[in-house]
Design a protein around this ligand. Structure first.
Ligand code: ADP
Length: 185
C-alpha cells in the first residue's frame, strides 16, 4: 500500500499511528502541520482568514491566535464552514505537493478524504470519547470544555467508522502497532 489516508477524531491517536507507519518506512504528510503553516503571515490563507474574521483574531505580533480562532469556530458551525472554505484548498495543494516521488506515504488528516486525493486505503483510528478527552487535555493543556467542543465540531464517530478500515486504539501503543501491522503487512 503506497498511499494511506489516516484519519480519526482528535485524540484518537492518529499521530501516534503515523509514527508507527514511519517506523514501517512511510513518509508522513502531517495535515495539522500544513494547516498551521498556511496560516502564517505571507500566505494567502492568512489574509483571507483576517478578511473573514477581523483583526481581533491577531496576536500582538500579527500572527493568528489559533486558540482564539479555535474557540470561535468550534462553537459555531457556520464559522467553521467559512474557515474550511478558506483553508481546505490550500491544504489540498500542500498535500499534493508532499506526495511527489516514489515513496510510501501516510496522510495524517482529521478530515475524511473528500478532496479526491488518490489513496489505496483509508484507515480510521478510534478510541472512546472520554479517553480522547483525557488525552487531549493532557497533550494540549486545554480544558475539558475546549476539548469537547473540538470533538463536537468534527464528524461523528459513526461517520468516521464508515470511512474505511477501523483500528481501535483504546489499548496500549504496542497493541496499536500490532493492529496496524496486521492491516498493512
Ligand atoms: P491525534 O493525532 O488523533 O489527535 P495523538 O496521536 O496526538 O492523537 O494522541 C493524543 C495523545 O494521546 C498523545 O499525547 C498521545 O501520546 C496519546 N496516546 C495516543 N495513543 C495512546 C495509547 N494507545 N495509549 C496512551 N496514550 C496514547
Amino acid at each position: 500500500m503506497r498511499r494511506i489516508w489516516l484519519t480519526g477524531g482528535s485524540g484518537s491517536g492518529k499521530s501516534t499511528a503515523a509514527n508507527i507507519f514511519k517506523k514501517l518506512g512511510y513518509e508522513i504528510v502531517d495535515c495539522d502541520k500544513i494547516s498551521w503553516n498556511i496560516m502564517l503571515p505571507g500566505h494567502p490563507a492568512y489574509e483571507e482568514t483576517i478578511a473573514a474574521f477581523g483583526n481581533e483574531i491577531l496576536n500582538a505580533d500579527k500572527t493568528i491566535n489559533r486558540n482564539l480562532l479555535g474557540k470561535i469556530v468550534f462553537t459555531n458551525h457556520e464559522k467553521l464552514e467559512i474557515l474550511n472554505a478558506i483553508t481546505h484548498k490550500y491544504i489540498i495543494d500542500e498535500i499534493e505537493k508532499s506526495l511527489a516521488g516514489e515513496g510510501k506515504f501516510v496522510i495524517d488528516a482529521p478530515l475524511p478524504n473528500r478532496f479526491g486525493v488518490k489513496c489505496d486505503i483509508t484507515i480510521v483510528i478510534t478510541a472512546p470519547i472520554e479517553t480522547r478527552i483525557n488525552r487531549l487535555t493532557k497533550r494540549d493543556m486545554i480544558d475539558e470544555i475546549y476539548a469537547r467542543n473540538r470533538i463536537a465540531s468534527q464528524i461523528s464517530d459513526e461517520e468516521y467508522k464508515g470511512l474505511g478500515v477501523v483500528i481501535d486504539n483504546s489499548g496500549t501503543p504496542e497493541e496499536l502497532e500490532e493492529k496496524i501491522k496486521a492491516v498493512i503487512l
